[in-house]
Write a protein that binds this ligand. Sequence first.
Ligand code: SAM
Ligand code: SF4
Length: 380
Amino acid sequence: MGTKLLETLEKCYVLGNITTMGNGTIPSEAETIESDRLWLVEQGQSADGGLIDPFGRRVTYLRVSVTDRCDFRCVYCMAEDMSFLPKAEVLTLEELDRICTAFAERGVRKLRITGGEPLVRRDVMQLFRRLGRHLDSGLLDELTLTTNGSQLEKHAADLFAAGVRRINVSIDTLDPGKFRTITRRGDLARVLKGVRAAQAAGHEIKINTVALRGVNDDEFDTIIRWCGDEGLDLTLIETMPMGEIDEDRTDRYLPLSMVRADLRSRWTLEETDYRTGGPSRYVRIRETGRRLGFITPLSHNFCELCNRVRLTCTGTLYMCLGQQDAADLRASLRLAPDDDTLLHASIDEAIGRKPKGHDFVIDRRHRDPAVPRHMSVTGG
Ligand code: SAM
Ligand code: SF4
């Protein structure tokens, strides 16, 4: 059992940030870290074999990046000349299915397929079809997708047939010129065709818009109105300091608290308790009837409810988007190709190290990203 877990526990003690766990208080009579660890493991075991982290949070949501490649180069996400991973390092579709299935067997109810751009991965529809069997069996509640929409027109109907019902499409501007500038190569008209095709196929669509100071901050009203007219929900996302890009992020950072306050002067934002299992906080806009979500990763408000972990396309499991600690599930897979015992043990060990929260800070003195890997590696 991992020295890492012991180290984490030690760190938590030093920081004094473990005092309670789920429904219990850490016993004060515990003499050693090892006996506390055993107590934690006991507390974390659920009768149904589900995954429970050291803070009593049940892991029910897995985001899976199926490729680091993309046909766009969004300015906040990638550098112009990105180098991508060699194919041999990337999990095969069979391996991705094996890991997703292992998580579903351990109580994960929702899978989100992301990337890079998931729909540029060759034969990715095979993976969707395979994972769809867990919707039929009731092991999964939901299989969803985050996409830039460039290939959506082609795949919308097949995705629906595989069991996907909700798709997030990332659109930061409705101005075609600006869209090309932000994505460095995207065609807005093609993305909008994808959105329409997906709606026609029966999908519910949510638009993701990264709020960028001086780039799209004059467009939020237009985007809100458009979403209202087209029957789309919207989530605004704060920029996260992830990965080296070609520009200084502090110039683009726009706190959503400011956006929200500004929107309130023109729109009626009604509080709702609607949640999608993600970190978004939603309001309903009375004038359009549509939902508006805010993802503010730089504030700590969603860590305490975090139910998710993220898998990269190389099989690295990140227990927190904003931390570097990770587990190599690919090694466990490839060491035992026909037996998932080792995989399950590695998943348990990893969940036992899930940290309490992230350390994102947009640092105004240094240009270094808080997290060196790109969002396209971990998936959004
Ligand atoms: N290519 C797909 C897309 O763009 O929807 C899926 C992957 S992308 C990494 C997922 C989401 O992360 C997108 O909505 C994107 O806008 C967002 N994103 C990427 N880099 C980001 C950053 N540094 N800060 C905040 N959001 C980011
Ligand atoms: Fe590609 Fe999505 Fe990153 Fe844009 S945000 S470069 S579409 S992975």
